[in-house]
Design a protein. Structure first.
Ligand code: PA5
Length: 435
């Protein structure tokens, strides 16, 4: 069960920290914000009840079992980051390098750099490869250009397109949907129209590739449902996502903490930070509020990894500007227990490592970082989960999604659109259009 620990906020100077009372005072807004969120057409927290979706993914997975050595996801942004996070968190950290493979290897190609595309192509045996083309809008040039490229390669290898491509896209709109309608033999999964890209990890977007590489998607959904219940609670104590959003909002608007540093001390969660970076940036960074007034709000997401970044960013975090809220993420138990061997001859210089495991060292380093931040009057909170497994990750993903939905209400902005990404897209099209 996820715990949100914000004890350290009240241990620092009130110019920078927050008292429990200040946070609790926000509880008067809980029901109003929840009602507002419920009044929007949002599918991201109800899609997890869609039994038909889970069955269709499971059926498809059993149909193609043993047919492919490689799964390649072509997608970008919300269509790729969740999948990368699921793979990194829930599979072996060197999964694709293991000599024994029970499930296909998963590669997520989320860029159009030719070196990346060529690089993956050199690894693949096309006969043994399934491409999952993921684009909610069905019109994203990065994804479609990758699709055109690999479709050509599959065709010129005399392979059948529908045997090697699966689509994940909008039920009605977009070019990929048109292509799917033209060729109904291409298996196509839907991303419900009311689920936005960055909120789509628990739809076929993330669940399909996850299932194909052996992730227990039902446990993931179970965890997400538990957190969804908390999100729907009108009780402040139970509603952890609301508490989180209140802390982020108050820290940013009242204490000048416009940067959030996600700082897992868990290697497996490094990609969760990438996923969350998009969620927070695209959802909250907005020019206009819901009334159409210019507000230019946003929280800048940054990520760090413990203990690695103690040796890279901590100097800035301790002594630089006090403009950040630190969000530590930790687990009660790592997957393995590894002792650090000790020899008496090192006792003078390394005596502190006697009888210490890697887990203990890592956790103690985190404590050292958190306590140093307190000494420098820098605010931090901690998200604690038991371990990195499907259930806990499902809970964590839903927690961050629903906290972001609440944060949108605190700012009175639409957390579910992204008008700011349109201009660059349109300019690219304009520059490339031949007259
Ligand atoms: O959150 C979003 O909506 C975006 O980041 C999209 O996920 C991203 O632009 C990719 O879009 P699409 O899935 O339509 O290809």
């Amino acid at each position: 069960m996820l715990k949100l620990n914000y004890d350290k906020l009240s241990e620092i100077n009130s110019d920078h920290g927050l008292s429990r009372k200040e946070i609790e005072a926000e509880s008067v807004n809980l029901k109003m914000y929840l009602d507002k969120i419920k009044s929007y057409d949002l599918g991201f927290y109800s899609i997890i009840d869609d039994e038909k979706l889970l069955k269709s993914i499971e059926n498809y997975a059993s149909q193609i079992k043993g047919k492919f050595q490689n799964i390649v996801v072509l997608g970008i942004g919300g269509s790729s980051l969740g999948t990368i996070c699921l793979q990194q968190s829930l599979k072996h950290l060197y999964q694709n390098e293991l000599s024994e493979q029970v499930y296909p290897k998963l590669h997520v190609i989320d860029n159009i750099d030719p070196d990346l595309i060529n690089g993956i192509e050199e690894l693949l045996n096309l006969e043994q490869t399934l491409f999952i083309v993921v684009t909610k809008s069905g019109g994203t040039p990065e994804t479609l250009s990758q699709f055109l490229y690999f479709r050509e390669k599959v065709k010129s290898s005399n392979l059948v397109i529908e045997d090697h491509f699966v689509f994940v896209t909008d039920p009605e709109k977009g070019l990929l949907r048109e292509l799917s309608n033209e060729n109904p033999n291409i298996k196509t999964f839907e991303v419900p129209s009311n689920v936005g890209g960055r909120f789509s990890v628990l739809t076929a977007v993330g669940l399909l590739p996850a299932k194909l590489i052996g992730i227990n998607i039902r446990a993931l959904i179970d965890g997400a449902r538990e957190m969804r219940d908390k999100f729907l609670s009108e009780n402040f104590e139970q509603n952890l996502p609301f508490q989180m959003a209140a802390i982020q909002y108050l820290s940013a608007s009242k204490k000048g903490k416009s940067i959030n540093v996600t700082y897992p001390y868990v290697q497996k969660l490094i990609k969760l930070s990438d996923w969350y970076r998009q969620l927070l940036a695209e959802s909250i960074g907005k020019e206009l509020d819901r009334g159409g007034d210019k507000v230019n709000v946003g929280i800048t997401p940054v990520h760090a990894l413990g203990a690695t970044d103690q040796h890279s960013q901590n100097q800035l975090y301790m002594e630089g500007p006090n403009d950040k809220l630190f969000i530590f993420i930790t687990v009660d138990k790592h997957q393995v227990e590894l002792e650090i061997p000790f020899e008496e001859k090192f006792s003078e210089k390394l005596g502190y490592l006697k009888d210490v495991s890697f887990e203990k060292l890592l956790k103690t380093e985190m404590q050292g970082t958190i306590d140093s931040l307190v000494n420098y009057n820098k605010p931090s909170i901690k998200l604690e989960i038991e371990k990195v497994d499907e259930k806990n990750l499902g809970e964590l993903l839903m927690f961050l999604e629903t906290a972001t939905a609440f944060l949108g209400e605190f700012y009175n902005i639409d957390a579910f659109n992204q008008p700011g990404v349109e201009m660059a897209k349109n300019l690219t099209k304009k520059y490339l259009t031949k007259t």
